[in-house]
Design a protein around this ligand. Structure first.
Ligand SMILES: [Zn+2]
Length: 162
C-alpha cells in the first residue's frame, strides 16, 4: 500500500459488472469499452480508481453518455474519493447513474486515525438532507469517527437526482 507509483488503468468486465481501477487518463481508452457492454443493468465498481485527470474525466463523461444511448442502466458502487470529487464538480461525471455507495474521509479524535470509510447512500442520504453529519466506527479503536470534510460540499453529488 506504500507504493508511490500510480498503478496503471485496469478494467475487468463480467456480465452486468465492470470494475475499474488505477489511473484514468487519455491512455485509458475508456470509451473503447462501451461497445462491448450489453444493454440492461450494469454495476461499475470504482473503489480502486486512484487518479483521474481532466482528459480522463472527459472520456468518463463520454463513456457514460454512450452507455445511456445503449440503454445501459448504471449503478456506481464503492466510488473512490477522487471520483466523488469529480462528480461534485461536474454534474455530467455522474450522469444518470445511481450511486449505491462511496468512500468518504473520516477522522477519529480518540486515537488520531484518519482514512476513507465506505458510505452506503441509502443509509446517509436522509441524514445529510436533514443537516446531520455522518459518523462511522473507527477501525482502530472503535470510537465514533467523524466525517472529515465539508458536508455541504462532499455530498453535493447525491442531490443531483437522476
Ligand atoms: Zn480511533
Amino acid at each position: 500500500m506504500a507504493d508511490h507509483v500510480e498503478p496503471p488503468f485496469t478494467a475487468v468486465s463480467s456480465p452486468g459488472r465492470l470494475v475499474l481501477g488505477g489511473r484514468i487518463d487519455e491512455r485509458s481508452r475508456l470509451t473503447d469499452l462501451a461497445g462491448a457492454i450489453a444493454s440492461g443493468p450494469l454495476t461499475i465498481d470504482l473503489s480502486d480508481v486512484c487518479y483521474i485527470n481532466s482528459l480522463g474525466v472527459r472520456d468518463w463523461v463520454t463513456f457514460l453518455r454512450r452507455l445511456a444511448h445503449q440503454q445501459v442502466t448504471i449503478t456506481l458502487e464503492r466510488c473512490a474519493e477522487v471520483m466523488v470529487l469529480q462528480m461534485n464538480m461536474i454534474v455530467d461525471a455522474r450522469g444518470d447513474a445511481r450511486i449505491a455507495s462511496f468512500f468518504a474521509p473520516f477522522a477519529c479524535d480518540a486515537c488520531g486515525w484518519e482514512g476513507a470509510s465506505l458510505v452506503v447512500t441509502d443509509q446517509v442520504q436522509a441524514l445529510i438532507a436533514a443537516g446531520h453529519t455522518p459518523e462511522d466506527d473507527c477501525p482502530d479503536c472503535g470510537a465514533r469517527a467523524r466525517f472529515a470534510d465539508f458536508v455541504d460540499r462532499y455530498f453535493l453529488f447525491l442531490n443531483a437526482t437522476a
